[in-house]
Ligand binder design. Structure first.
Ligand code: CP3
Length: 353
């Protein structure tokens, strides 16, 4: 079946569109009262992820409010370490935590590579349910964390500010770190391919913590594994190319090497100027971004001005996917998101056709 709205796929292929496509990282979530309702009924975040009907409902919620050009699977990047039996749990207000950590070569050796179809079947069920519900209205984006980003959570046992355990392993026992990243790269490749077979039409790799590395460490411990994943992905499904978006937060300084990774598009946070980024990558990749999510705390007029500035910075022609530079905050007013999307739909057509 042809997609009714294929703006995202066209922009990813750097083909002409009538207006700039848009979706938001973390577009489903706590800033929406209807999400908080169903999250309360589910009892826990992971219960929500494991229930295909509820995960589907939550995926659809932002699409009912706003004219977005894509849906994103409702799940989390930490499903893989959870399937490796590290015991993921969420402490209210404290973010994710693991009962077991991975801190030595022996810990790494003991880890098994999950079988995505079997161990993460609840994710594939959610993908199939969402695709059915979308009925080819907009494409569905599947996703994963990068091996480096997943490794930081597994080694630290949760979120971190300084990544001291992860960096201690990386600098102190690089062979053990490579063994861990190798297992994660194999797990992620299998996981994304299972999502693609289940119906994900685009995939994004979230490298949330790649930007905390030095330039050589980024290449060796993060980018190299993402490039390997891209190489191992199913690149055509349902008769269509399956594009890959690579998002390294704070990765703007490495844009050229990221663009050489084999990805179709590079996601940018707000610290990299789009005009600059475009000049640097030419027509090698599409670019996604990059409104500072905190702009949404300002007035609708200020939001509109910033949307206008970003559109002008990218300039005319195809290859831009509008997004935030990171996930939408839970404290965002849903009406301000509406102001953002409305401004974009009003202002972007002049940059096309
Ligand atoms: O984008 C979407 O709408 C799809 C759903 C999605 C979630 N997490 C749902 C979620 C996606 C794409 C993610 C990715 C994710 N998860 C990342 C990478 C993107 C980024 O923000 O950098 C990371 C680092 C995580 C790990 C994670 N999961 C954290 C740190 C937390 C707790 C803190 C927080 O920001 O909420 C989660 C939990 C989580 N994942 C929630 C949601 C809606 C909130 C849980 C709840 O409802 O109680």
């Amino acid at each position: 079946m042809p997609l009714q709205n294929d703006r995202l796929l066209r922009a990813l292929a750097r083909q002409p569109v009538d207006r700039t496509p848009v979706w938001m990282m973390r577009q489903a979530g706590r800033y929406l009262p209807e999400y908080r309702d169903i999250r309360g009924q589910a009892g826990s975040f992971m219960n929500l992820c494991r229930n295909a009907e509820q995960a589907c409902e939550v995926t659809m919620q932002p699409l009912r409010r706003y004219s977005l050009d894509a849906a994103i699977l409702f799940s989390d990047i930490l499903t893989i370490p959870d399937a490796m039996d590290l015991g993921l749990y969420f402490e209210t207000g404290e973010g994710p935590k693991f009962r077991k950590t991975v801190r030595s070569a022996d810990d790494v050796a003991a880890l098994r590579v999950p079988d995505a179809e079997r161990d993460l079947d609840y994710v594939m069920n959610a993908v199939r349910t969402i695709r059915h519900e979308l009925a080819d209205s907009v494409p569905l984006i599947g996703f994963t964390g990068s091996p480096w980003t997943l490794a930081t959570y597994m080694i630290e046992g949760g979120s971190s500010k300084d990544f001291r355990h992860a960096k201690a392993l990386m600098y102190g026992d690089p062979a053990a770190m490579h063994a861990l990243l190798d297992k994660l790269a194999r797990s992620v490749t299998d996981y994304l391919n299972a999502q693609i077979r289940a119906g994900a039409q685009v995939v994004q790799i979230f490298d949330t913590w790649g930007g905390v590395l030095s330039t050589p460490a980024y290449r060796e411990f993060s980018l190299a594994y993402m490039a390997r994943i891209v190489e191992g992905l199913i690149r055509e499904h349902e008769g269509r190319h399956v594009p890959v978006i690579l998002f390294t937060k704070q990765g703007g300084q490495w844009l050229e090497t990221i663009a050489d990774s084999g990805a179709d598009a590079v996601g940018l946070d707000w610290t990299t100027e789009l005009s600059d980024a475009r000049a640097r990558v030419g027509d090698r990749v599409a670019l996604q971004g990059n409104l500072d999510p905190n702009v949404l705390f300002a007035s609708p007029q200020a939001i509109r001005d910033e949307v206008a500035r970003i559109l002008a910075s990218y300039g005319s022609g195809p290859g831009h996917i509008f997004n935030l530079g990171h996930g939408v905050s839970q404290f965002t007013d849903p009406d301000h998101v509406a102001a953002f999307i409305d401004a974009l739909h009003e202002l972007s057509p002049r940059y096309h056709g």
